[in-house]
Design a binder for this molecule. Structure first.
Ligand code: HAM
Length: 436
């Protein structure tokens, strides 16, 4: 038997959680006035080398690269930001009169990582990017957006970790300070960190091998190397978040694993008991130079991405209530003629917006009744020879324990009346009751 590839999984029983997340993503994105954008799953490899950075783990160790039959080098997208920036430039979204351009996306990303709890080789991200404004208020909005999604999903035990990398000068001064700090301790750091020391010392703070060593805790803090403008930007983000009542804590070691960030960086983390070291469910920040790096016009930008699988672990831990799958009507069929009628009536009910199913296994009455229970049917509709003859159906209301015989022509309207009756809540019915 051919099995699924390492680090991938099938979504079967958990589909309700994914659908609940997707529903809330669409709702909350509308609240913040972000429009959905969809881009391809594979891109030119150079996009990630130039966009995410050669020194990042994602590009140097984790991409799925392949040459196609035309000799092009493709990469399965490991993240969404570089592709969205590519689309922003290629589709000239910068010329759109709506500013800032605010977009969100949802879909699979691919990283060749060591699979473990909360870490997969194919995983899903929900991300958002806002282009065109350098205003710190937009940084606060994007954090509030991420935080609001969690509130909508009733995930409360989350901490917003906040830091800033500052502007270019702040980053150069900080890199010098980091080199001074780590130089006498290079022999205690891993091989990768020794390489990072000369190429990009900031990446040392992001090392998964050395992260708990004391030398990391005593490292200089970005906040002490900010230019005045960078400090003013960060202070404003802090003020806006405070005004919006978004709780956060400043995390001096937070530098993020991708090279494009400037100014604000943040992560939303759940407890380690829930997800171990993979406890960041969302990461993001400002990236004011990336559009220009990828040959677009200078355009400041800020964004985030959630790991959907990690979100779902948190959702389950909070016992998020799912609506049980159900149908409104299930036909119990006795005989060939009855099947023909049931096919006709079921299509009528479906066109009218009722969730409808029927037997296709030629089961006996008992077997069909069992199926209707598995399907959580509100109404069981029985059709046999007598019903065909009289042009009636026998309806059992499983909720109220009632039973009636009604004219076939009245079936649809009767079911709709019952479903819209006061105090009946049906999550996915178009015919809402007065209680909603
Ligand atoms: P990232 O921190 O690399 O940022 O990924 C964002 C989130 O994706 C992580 O916080 C985590 O929840 C999830 N994630 C990452 N790798 C895996 C994996 N192997 N398995 C499961 N979940 C994973 C970015 O991707 C940036 N593009 C975020 C961003 C958008 N920055 C600005 N705009």
């Amino acid at each position: 038997m051919i099995k699924r590839m390492k680090g991938t999984y099938d979504i079967t029983d958990d589909i309700g959680y994914y659908q609940a997340v997707e529903t809330q993503i669409n709702k909350v994105s509308k609240l913040f006035a972000y429009q959905e954008i969809r881009t391809p799953h594979f891109e030119n490899r150079d996009l990630f080398h130039r966009g995410v950075g050669e020194d990042s783990d994602i590009v140097s160790k984790e991409t799925y690269d392949f040459e196609d039959r035309g000799g092009r080098i493709n990469t399965l997208r490991p993240e969404g930001t570089a592709p969205i920036v590519r689309a922003f430039i290629e589709n000239k979204l910068y010329a759109n009169p709506v500013v800032p351009q605010k977009v969100y996306y949802y879909g699979s990303m691919f990283r060749y990582e060591r699979p473990q709890k909360g870490r997969f080789r194919e995983f899903r991200q929900f991300g958002a990017e806002a282009f065109g404004s350098a205003e710190p208020a937009l940084d606060a909005e994007i954090i509030a957006y991420a935080h609001t999604l969690l509130r909508a999903l009733k995930i409360n035990d989350v901490t917003v970790h906040l830091n800033t990398l500052g502007d270019k000068k702040s980053q150069t001064d900080y890199a010098t300070a980091l080199k001074k700090h780590f130089k006498p301790h290079l022999d205690t750091l891993c091989g990768d960190c020794n390489k990072r020391f000369s190429d990009n010392p900031l990446r040392i703070l992001d090392c998964k091998v050395d992260q708990d060593k004391p030398i990391m805790q005593t490292a200089p803090k970005t906040l002490d190397y900010l230019t005045e403008a960078a400090k003013a930007h960060f202070d404003a983000v802090v003020d806006y978040l405070t005004a919006m009542k978004i709780p956060f804590e400043i995390d001096h070691n937070l530098v993020r694993g991708l090279d494009y960030y400037t100014h604000t960086v943040f992560e939303l983390k759940v407890s380690k008991e829930l997800l171990g070291n993979q406890n960041a469910i969302c990461g993001g920040g400002r990236y004011d130079n990336l559009v220009e790096t990828l040959d677009g016009p200078p355009t400041p930008a800020v964004g985030f991405a959630f790991g959907v699988e990690r979100l779902i672990v948190a959702l389950k831990a909070n016992d998020y209530p799912l609506v049980d799958p159900h149908v409104h009507a299930y036909f119990l069929i006795m005989g060939k003629q009855a099947r023909l009628k049931a096919m006709e009536l079921s299509q009528k009910l479906r066109l009218g917006g009722l969730l409808t199913d029927l037997d296709y296994m030629d089961k006996g009455m008992k077997g069909q009744f069992k199926q209707s229970a598995h399907k959580n049917a509100r109404f069981v509709i029985i059709i046999g020879d007598a019903e065909i003859e009289n042009e009636t159906v026998n309806v059992k209301d499983q909720l109220n324990n009632e039973e009636w015989t009604i004219a076939m022509d009245n079936l649809y309207i009767t079911l709709v009346e019952k479903l819209t009756a006061k105090n009946y809540d049906c999550e996915d019915c178009d015919h809402k009751g007065e209680s909603q």
